[in-house]
Design a protein around this ligand. Structure first.
Ligand code: UGY
Ligand code: MN
Length: 251
């Protein structure tokens, strides 16, 4: 008798838990978003269907592909080139993001994109939470490779901050780096949410009481109060890029 069991159903590591989901590359679906080239965007996180209060997108652009409408209107926006090269224009300024090059644009700016080579990039967007008496954040540009990490015993690794750590910013984009064999010394519980993109390596992630295997190219959404801890099973080093809402009290 023919079996109609689909082996890929059990083979995928992708899963959706109560307070998190793990999106592995085999589960990612390409979408066409307004003003972007056809099927260029995978929605990694968005409020639709999840508690997420931010958007995160994996963009995959062919050389020469460009946006046809201003992007990011009404949001603060963060872009980072994973590979290839991305020209970004905003308010008469222009940046070329290559190999970990990143750009933060405060709310009030829109941007246009053009891929100068076949490119993959991550885009995070969020509605800015202004605080009376606190200045708005400035434009920030940098390169992931230049970010020096600060050792942190609690996570048995280091974290590097791509954006300034002060009250003007209501989001952090951090790179967390781990040697093979490193493991969190605590299980974190906090009111903030995370969008985690695994840049290299892999290991086991403790999420909401479950343990999942994670690898390069995976995305994890963690809702507020999701228990979390990482073990880098090695032997190679691991690194992930982590979105976190910060410097606000949760109201
Ligand atoms: O900053 C953080 O909350 C970070 N340590 N969390 C994480 O890596 N899951
Ligand atoms: Mn955390």
């Amino acid at each position: 008798m023919t079996s109609y069991r689909n082996d890929y159903l059990s083979a995928s590591r992708g899963r959706v838990g109560d307070r998190y989901y793990l999106m592995t590359p085999d589960t990612m679906v390409e979408n066409t978003l307004p003003g972007l080239p056809p099927y260029a965007a995978t929605v990694l996180a968005a409020p639709q269907g999840s508690p997420a209060r931010f958007g995160q997108y994996l963009l995959q652009l062919e050389a020469g592909a460009a946006s046809t409408l201003p992007q990011g209107s009404g949001f603060e926006n963060f872009l980072i080139a994973l590979d290839g090269g991305l020209r970004v224009r905003s308010a008469g300024e222009e940046w070329l993001l290559e190999d970990g090059g990143y750009l933060f644009l405060p709310e009030g700016r829109t941007f246009e994109l053009e891929a100068v080579a076949a490119s993959r990039a991550l885009w995070v967007k969020k509605r800015y939470l202004a605080v009376e008496g606190v200045e708005a954040p400035p434009v920030v540009a940098g390169r992931l490779g230049d970010i020096i990490g600060i050792d942190d015993d609690g996570i048995d690794g280091s974290y590097g901050q791509l954006l300034p750590d002060d009250e003007r910013f209501d989001l952090a984009m951090n790179v967390m780096r781990f040697q093979g064999g490193a493991r969190f010394r605590m299980v974190e519980i906090h009111h903030q949410e995370h969008g985690l993109y695994l840049l290299e390596g892999g290991g086991v992630y403790h999420l909401d009481g479950e343990h999942v295997d994670v690898q390069q190219g995976d995305f994890i959404y963690m809702a507020p109060y999701c228990t979390q801890a990482f073990t880098a099973t090695g032997p190679e080093a691991s690194a992930y890029l982590l979105y976190k809402d910060v410097n606000r009290d949760g109201f």
